[in-house]
Each structure stands twice: as C-alpha cells, then as structure tokens.
Design a protein around this ligand. Structure first.
Ligand SMILES: [Zn+2]
Length: 151
C-alpha cells in the first residue's frame, strides 16, 4: 500500500511535471495504487505528491464515481463561490473552511492519454480544485479562510 505523506513534509510543496509517456506500465500501477489507498483511508480525492510522486496526476471518487485526471488544468471557474469545510488525507482529522468557485471546467487526459473534459459542480468541483492545487504545491491551509467565531 502506498504511504500518504503528512504535512509538513516538504514533498507536498513540490511542483509536479506532466505525464508524457502513457505507455509506461508504472503509470497504471501508480494510479491504481492511489485509488486503493484513497479508498482505504476513506478519502474522496488524492494527488500524486501525497504519495511521493512528482507526476501531474490526481484521482477522486465522488458519489461512487471514480475519476482519474492526468495533466489536469482548470479552464474556467464560475464567478459564484461557496465556503465549505475541507479535509485532506495529509492533514488527518482536520477541517478547514475554504472558499472556492462552485463550478469548474477542467481539461485533462485519461489513462490512455486521450483528452477529456470535465464539467464539475458541487462536491466534485471542490474536490478536483483541491487536488489540482496539490499538483501546484498549494495546500488547504493556504486557502483556508479565517472566519470570526460568533459570540
Ligand atoms: Zn489534500
């Protein structure tokens, strides 16, 4: 089983590089290993740097639908934003309120290297934005909004 790096491991700040070789059998092995550990840890998203890989890959599973995104890029974001508590497998047991666009359009490639487009909203949009942040070395604590406690 792949090991999940926990904050403040430096590797979580590393920028990833794009996948070019879709025929490499290591790619399939990495992606299935990521899916496996994500499910075992009851996560809904996982990015390659969290398992010590510097490749631009993330996976998610929302509403029981698995998503594999290779070289993902956010193409557009809705103007409407929402604040929601986010967890992260690299910050076990912690939750941070984060403001994000409600809808996003993403371009990526699938495991075979084919171009895919994803229109996501709600929880899936949030998870994918969180994971794509990981691929740029951005963590949930960088995005967390400070909110005042009600008295
Ligand atoms: Zn995370």
């Amino acid at each position: 089983m792949l090991k999940i790096l926990k904050y403040p491991n430096d590797f979580l700040r590393k920028k990833t590089r794009e996948v070019n070789d879709f025929k490499d059998s290591k790619l399939t092995r990495l992606v299935s290993g990521m899916m496996k550990v994500m499910e075992a840890e009851k996560g809904i998203g996982l990015a390659a740097p969290q398992v010590s890989s510097d490749l631009r890959i993330c996976v998610a599973k929302v509403d029981n639908v698995p998503h594999i995104l290779i070289n993902p890029k956010i193409k557009s974001k809705s103007r409407k934003k929402e604040i929601f508590e986010e967890g992260c497998l690299s910050f076990p047991g912690k939750f941070f309120p984060v403001e994000r666009p409600v809808k996003v359009k993403i371009k990526a490639r699938d495991l075979s290297g084919k171009k895919i487009k994803i229109k996501a909203e709600g929880l899936l949009a949030r998870v994918l934005q969180h994971e794509i942040d990981h691929l740029d070395g951005i963590l949930v604590i960088d995005r967390a909004v400070k909110y005042e406690e009600k008295k």
